[in-house]
Design a protein around this ligand. Structure first.
Ligand SMILES: [Zn+2]
Length: 362
């Protein structure tokens, strides 16, 4: 399977960006319906708690400020992964600035970077990218998975780690904890401790959490990941005090589950469900479309988050790929083609990630 190319990408939001922004602002103020719907059937603008902000690297934004386009909640703009790689395409910061600027032209309103120090994410690089591209970026904190943990983590308690994560988040203007992962089908003891620590750090700071699951789709593997791995992550986070409405369980779109049964069980428990590896052929995108339509049918559209976990040089625009905005420009139109209304797609790409990211600073 090949990567989506530039030619495959349609600008759903970019081409009519100013019209879309105007329509959204009008809709958010309740005056006019957006996307050709009449007022009676138009979706209600999302509401946010008083004082809620989305914490981007440069400033805290009211969630309404990002109503003009899709917010991508899990991408990578700076990292070295696997950790032993010496060079990574994101090392070329000037090139990444061009790519993020192009995503902005595709209508993307904000990008969440899912890296942190144990993925060699450079905060300085992210600051340059957001400053020079003009696209707001949310940076994240936390630890990735067992094989990337620094050795000293083993001797620390969950409370110690939570304190460090909360302090680091405040000092560095981090806007989320993520991606918090597991490398196999079952959490290791250290991974469980990190999940508990992140839940505690969330309770102290209010910052949202997004996770990584190791689902391998239809690929045969020596050690299959149990279907319920995503649910077990949620068990640990909830038991340690995290609130479901601030949690996105990630990579559920890499589970071969066409009826979206696990995704629906997650949504029923109040969390966001990450369809955040679109364009990565672990599961065909066509099956992901079926899963998301099943979620919508079951009344769970407000729990769906879409992103692409951007990690492939072939997906860069300069290499003929669909670019960093591909979750919107390539995958979004697939949902419309499957019969989703523009209003619902707008809710999923524009409103849901803002509801996920917005928090009231403590
Ligand atoms: Zn990722």
């Amino acid at each position: 399977m090949s990567h989506p190319t530039r030619r495959d990408a349609l600008t759903v939001f970019g081409a009519t960006a100013s019209a879309a922004i105007a329509a959204t602002l009008a809709r958010d103020t309740g005056l006019v319906a957006a996307f050709g719907q009449d007022a009676a059937t138009a979706p209600r603008a999302p509401t946010f708690p008083r004082g809620a902000v989305i914490r981007t690297l440069l400033k805290d934004l009211p969630p309404q400020a990002l109503a003009g386009g899709p917010v991508l909640f899990h991408e990578h703009l700076s990292m070295h992964y696997p950790p032993q790689v010496k060079e990574h395409f994101t090392d070329d910061v000037a090139m990444m600035i061009d790519e993020v600027r192009a995503a902005g032209k595709d209508g993307i309103a904000c990008i969440v970077d899912g890296g942190h120090p144990d993925m060699t994410r450079s905060l300085e690089a992210l600051k340059r990218i957001t400053t020079e591209s003009g696209v707001p970026i949310v940076a994240s904190g936390g630890y990735y998975m067992q094989r990337t943990y620094p050795p000293e983590l083993a001797a620390k308690s969950a409370d110690q780690i939570a304190g460090e994560l909360a302090r680091e988040a405040a000092a560095q203007r981090l806007g989320a904890f993520g991606e918090i992962g597991q490398q196999g089908g079952v959490l290791t003891d250290d991974e469980k401790k990190v999940f508990q620590a992140v839940a505690k750090a969330h309770a102290r700071t209010g910052l949202p959490i997004f996770t990584h699951n190791a689902y391998t789709g239809t690929r045969p593997t020596a050690t299959p990941v149990p279907h319920d791995a995503a649910l077990r992550q949620l068990d640990v986070l909830e038991a340690a005090g995290a609130k479901p409405e601030h949690i996105a369980i990630g990579h559920v779109c890499c589970l071969d589950d066409p009826k979206a049964e696990v995704a629906q069980q997650l949504a029923k428990r109040g969390v966001f469900v990450g369809f955040d590896r679109v364009t990565i052929p672990i599961v065909p995108d066509a099956e992901r479309v079926v899963m998301i339509m099943a979620m919508a049918e079951a009344g769970y559209a407000d729990h769906v988050l879409i992103s692409s976990d951007f990690a492939s040089a072939a997906s860069l625009k300069k290499n003929g790929g669909a670019g960093i905005g591909q979750a919107s420009t390539f995958f979004g139109p697939m949902l419309l083609k499957a019969g989703m209304s523009e209003a619902m797609l707008h809710r999923i790409l524009v409103d849901n990630p803002r509801r996920f990211l917005a928090f009231v600073p403590k």
